[in-house]
Ligand binder design. Structure first.
Ligand code: NAD
Ligand code: DAU
Length: 360
């Protein structure tokens, strides 16, 4: 196992108002070994929601936690933030993250995921010249590796083969981070993770869409025949992997992270029906009847699976949450937080959905 432990002082978290970023900030600030400050840079797109961090703001706002509304597409602003807050560590989550949206409108994905990443890299290069006590951690996805057939797993050596505008933009950003490391000596690490689930996930992604539609007794839109497979990881397990990589990961290295927890979509929706029925004292069969097969996502990747041997053996990381426990906790969270849910429902998300999606 790697012995090295970096000190993280002034940590810039990009996209910290989103799903994983907000969970990561909460996780980091509650870590006993972390004494630094967190600067949350987010432009608050439809997916950014400061309500995700209400508790963090109440406890640490103005002391160890600072929100900065800024857009990573704006280089001057990003550069100014690096200097002003003496940033020594970056955890880069900010991205357009939804595959379906990338199919409807790819341009925003190029601008934020590629140009935005270059702006951060350029600010880091300028402000960190010659330093080796700094780190740029880039949060990426397993989707850069493309789609698996019935067998096999992705690992750190899998060739890139992105298939959607989203995954192609994330693949580009990975290559750019490596290029800045190789050419300019920028200290970096990269993680490529599988599908996350948990509290605060925006209801455009499969699990919250299904939970919220079950509660509303609306159709449950399963793409194609529901045979696509995803490898699900509880969001705090992703956060713990990222923190380990930031502390002890070798510079210039990539670590893949996954749940070792493959599920066919249709089977997963069935399990969610059972859990929601149990938690609401409802009838699972009534929920199962809501399953509606809808037109498939164009170019829909069949299967993702991760072999995270390197991350486990080098960093001593492992998943802590079983799927049964994590899913039930997630269902309870959506049931117990109607204000959060209703706020999202009445916002831009709904208008955008009506314009762009056929949910039947
Ligand atoms: P999300 O869509 O919930 O959040 C993205 C955040 O980035 C939002 O707060 C948004 O306001 C912000 N943002 C978007 N464009 C911005 C810009 N131009 N400037 C500043 N902020 C901007 O996404 P998520 O699901 O939390 O994913 C976070 C990161 O993790 C992404 O880079 C994604 O590719 C990666 N990832 C996600 C998963 C997953 O299952 N969700 C898995 C692996 C990797
Ligand atoms: O693998 C990591 C990736 O996981 C991340 O990089 C992405 O940011 C994240 O969005 C996620 O991508 P997916 O496309 O796998 O997630 P999504 O929740 O959109 O879809 C999961 C599966 O469920 C996929 O096979 C499509 C299907 N699906 C999705 C939705 C929203 C449905 O059948 N019905 C739906 O309504």
């Amino acid at each position: 196992m790697t012995e090295q432990s970096r000190t993280l002082s002034n940590v810039l978290v990009t996209g910290g108002a989103g799903f994983i970023g907000s969970n990561f900030i909460r996780f980091l600030l509650s870590d006993e070994g972390f004494n630094g400050k967190v600067f949350n840079l987010d432009s608050l797109t439809y997916a950014g929601n400061l309500e995700n961090l209400r508790d963090v703001h109440d406890e640490h706002g103005g002391t160890r936690y600072h929100f900065i509304e800024a857009d990573i597409r704006d280089f001057e602003r990003v550069d100014e933030i690096f200097a002003k807050y003496e940033i020594d560590t970056v955890v880069h989550f900010a991205a357009e993250s939804h595959v379906d949206r990338s199919i409807v409108g790819p341009r925003a994905f190029i601008e934020t995921n590629i140009i935005g990443t270059v702006n951060l890299l350029e600010a880091a290069r300028a402000r960190w010249a010659g330093r080796d006590d700094v780190l740029f951690h880039h949060v990426s996805t397993d989707e850069v590796f493309g789609s698996l057939g019935e067998t096999g797993q992705f690992n750190e050596s899998t060739p890139y083969d992105p298939k959607s505008p989203y995954s192609a933009s994330k693949a580009s950003s990975d290559h750019l981070v490596r290029a800045w490391g190789h050419t300019y000596g920028l200290p970096f690490t990269i993680s490529n993770c599988s599908n996350n689930y948990g509290p605060y996930q925006f209801p455009e992604k499969m699990i919250p869409v299904m939970i919220m539609n079950m509660v509303d007794r609306k159709p449950l839109p399963v793409y194609g025949d529901g045979s696509n497979v995803r490898d699900w990881l509880y969001v705090d397990d992703h956060s713990s992997a990222i923190l380990r990589i930031m502390r002890s990961g070798r510079s210039s290295e990539t670590y893949v992270v996954g749940g070792e927890n493959e599920w066919q979509n249709l089977k997963l929706v069935g399990s969610l029906c059972t859990i929601v029925a149990e938690e609401t004292k409802g009838d699972a069969d009534e929920l199962l009847d809501l399953i509606t097969f809808v037109t498939d996502r164009p170019g829909h990747d069949l299967r993702y699976a991760i072999d995270c041997t390197k991350t486990k053996s080098e960093l001593g990381w492992t998943q802590r949450h079983t799927f049964a426990e994590g899913l039930r906790h997630t269902v309870r969270w959506y049931l117990d937080n109607p204000t959060w849910v209703n706020h999202i429902r009445s916002g831009e998300y709904r208008k955008w959905m009506e314009r762009n999606y056929d949910r039947r």
